[in-house]
Design a protein around this ligand. Structure first.
Ligand SMILES: Cc1cc2nc3c(=O)[nH]c(=O)nc-3n(C[C@H](O)[C@H](O)[C@H](O)COP(=O)(O)OP(=O)(O)OC[C@H]3O[C@@H](n4cnc5c(N)ncnc54)[C@H](O)[C@@H]3O)c2cc1C
Length: 423
């Protein structure tokens, strides 16, 4: 009798990495992917005339990122654009920031992270990040908006202090010219991936696993579940028997935040708006309800402008649909260039991402809620049914959570653990 394969549920970074590692270990696997393609939250779009990553686009902390050597070996082009650079920084009054104001913004961002690190070093219990960071200074709200709502995809009030510090990123931060989505597609080549396979129910036990859903059923010796914690928390897969309470609590403690992108293709009259390649735009938070977008224009010299919006305002616009996201993005750009120039530069409809509404994802990437700093380790180490059920994905990485590299490592880790458990 042929041995049953390991079922890998989801063909994002974690699922692809798990399948590659299982293959290397000589273990059969079958990857069940609900969507039409591998890559998950890393996908490269070409509809604006050039590659554009709708999900992951930076290889964060590339010197420690498992995807860096893989990208380099395949001849992909990596380009670092600097982490907090601002070519155009507007003050709350709508004026270009002076050198002193720029220095104050930099200092506020540094102080935000320093305060969080100091609180952890001083033995603070896990609590909302917002409780320990500076407040009231002219750039403090801007630092909080950038570092929490934008980069962490969730406001500091909803973010675990300990998880924020444990998962902070630094170092080399390149983008991939051909696209991170293209890279994952290449890395998925030759793997046994079944697309359009939507798993709705997973029976698990010491004798093995059985997945049911669209295109199924499928039986396996073990399963590695890599779907997002957003999908898991929403009951996208029903577990039979239900997962132990500690595991369910860990999943609930790691909700997905939202980062959205709105991209425009420049028309012939854009004239690059006077800015060079990879130009970064940002502005000071102007009041309690202000949530600025930030921008990257002309990445890799392409005729594309990409706006980024994170946190609660991203969720609100996502619920309202792409037309609202585009209107908001045009209004944001108008603050820098005026509405007429924006209309001339970008005559076509925008491309707006919808990660929050897509049932395959239900958000962008995870953050730990205050008090849930240990949830990632718990999910990573959970091994019910004598290790025949494992979880992997960005939410399971205690250091590189929320990243494509973290998802990759966690998939490899789960594959090795399942291989060992099966003996
Ligand atoms: C807008 C945005 C920007 C980002 N920027 C960066 C960045 O610059 N750098 C970075 O490192 N990271 C970034 N990230 C995060 C990064 O993309 C993710 O952390 C990573 O790709 C997650 O991989 P994963 O394998 O854990 O999950 P996923 O990619 O979500 O893979 C899970 C797979 O499971 C599938 N699935 C879901 N439900 C089912 C089901 N019921 N049955 C079968 N299959 C199912 C999904 O379709 C998906 O393909 C960004 C994400 C977003 C959305």
């Amino acid at each position: 009798m042929t041995p049953q394969p390991v079922l890998v549920i989801g063909a994002g970074a974690a699922g692809i990495a798990a399948a590659r590692r299982l293959r290397d270990l000589g273990r059969d696997c079958l990857v069940l992917e609900a969507g039409p393609r591998p890559g998950g939250r890393a996908v490269t779009d070409h509809s604006l005339g050039a590659p554009l990553d709708l999900g992951a686009s930076w290889l964060h902390e590339a010197e420690h990122n498992p995807l860096t050597p893989l990208a380099q070996a395949l001849g992909f082009t990596l380009h670092d654009t600097g982490r907090r650079r601002r070519d155009l920084l507007l003050t709350a009054a709508g004026e270009p920031a002076t050198p002193e104001e720029r220095a104050a913004w930099e200092a506020a961002a540094d102080a935000f992270d320093a305060a969080a690190e100091a609180a952890v070093a001083a033995g603070s219990p896990d609590r909302p990040l917002a409780e320990v960071v500076p407040r009231g200074g002219p750039w403090d709200a801007t630092a909080a908006h950038w570092l929490a709502a934008m980069i962490n995809a969730a406001e500091a009030e909803r973010t675990s202090l300990h998880d924020y510090v444990a998962t902070g990123l630094g170092g080399w931060n390149p983008q991939v010219a051909e696209g991170v989505g293209t890279l994952l597609e290449r890395l998925a080549e030759g793997l046994p991936i079944r697309t359009g396979a939507v798993v709705r129910r997973l029976r698990w036990g010491a004798a093995g696993v059985a997945a049911e859903g669209f295109g199924g059923p499928w039986r396996g010796a073990a399963a590695i579940v890599t779907v997002s914690t957003g999908v898991l928390a929403a009951g996208g897969i029903r577990f039979d028997p239900v997962l132990p309470p500690a595991l369910r609590a860990a999943i609930a403690g790691l909700p997905l935040g939202l980062l959205s992108k709105v991209a425009f293709r420049a028309g012939p009259e854009a004239g690059r708006l006077g800015l060079g390649d990879f130009a970064r735009l940002g502005r000071q938070v102007a009041g309690p309800d202000d949530s600025p977008m930030s921008w990257m224009l002309w990445p890799f010299g392409r005729d594309i402008a990409v706006g980024f919006l994170g946190g609660e305002r991203a969720w609100a616009l996502s619920r309202m649909g792409p037309a609202s996201a585009e209107a908001a993005a045009r209004a944001e750009l108008a603050r820098y260039f005026g509405a007429d120039a924006v209309a001339r530069a970008f005559p076509d409809r925008a491309l707006a991402t919808c990660w929050g509404e897509d049932p395959c994802f239900l958000g962008a990437y995870s953050h730990a809620l205050p008090g849930a700093a240990r949830a990632r380790g718990l999910l990573r180490d959970a091994a019910p049914a004598a290790g025949r059920l494992r979880f992997a994905g960005e939410a399971c990485h205690v250091r590189f959570a929320a990243t494509v590299g973290g998802a990759w490592s966690s998939g490899e880790h789960a594959a090795e653990a399942v291989h060992a458990a099966l003996g």
